[in-house]
Design a protein around this ligand. Structure first.
Ligand code: SF4
Length: 96
């Protein structure tokens, strides 16, 4: 019998060391987000992007897996400032 494991359950085993006050990803100030920026609220595998009540996109990168999707999707618009976390911070993947 095959056991099906949900993606959320796999993500839950990862661990993160948050660099408090120094987010490695920032959304540049904007009035109206581009379609690419809005898309991040749906495609970020860690659910880091949300839309606030003014329709602007925000990021809380604490659970970021450093996949780079948001970096690639906003490369043309420049709406996201993306860096790797400082050494020792960020995601710690657990395999198995
Ligand atoms: S790098 Fe990947 S996981 Fe991290 S915020 Fe961007 S899309 Fe989400």
């Amino acid at each position: 019998m095959t056991t099906v494991v949900k993606v959320e359950e796999k993500l839950y085993v990862n661990r993160y060391l948050v660099d408090a006050g120094r987010p490695h990803i920032k959304v540049r100030p904007h009035e109206t987000p581009s379609a690419a920026l809005v898309a991040l609220t749906h495609v970020c595998p860690a659910g880091c992007y949300t839309t606030n009540d003014r329709g602007q996109v925000e990021v809380a990168p604490d659970g970021c897996m450093e996949c780079g999707t948001c970096r690639v999707l906003t490369a043309d618009s420049g709406e996201v400032e993306w860096n790797y976390p400082r050494g020792g911070y960020g995601v710690l993947f657990k395999f198995g």
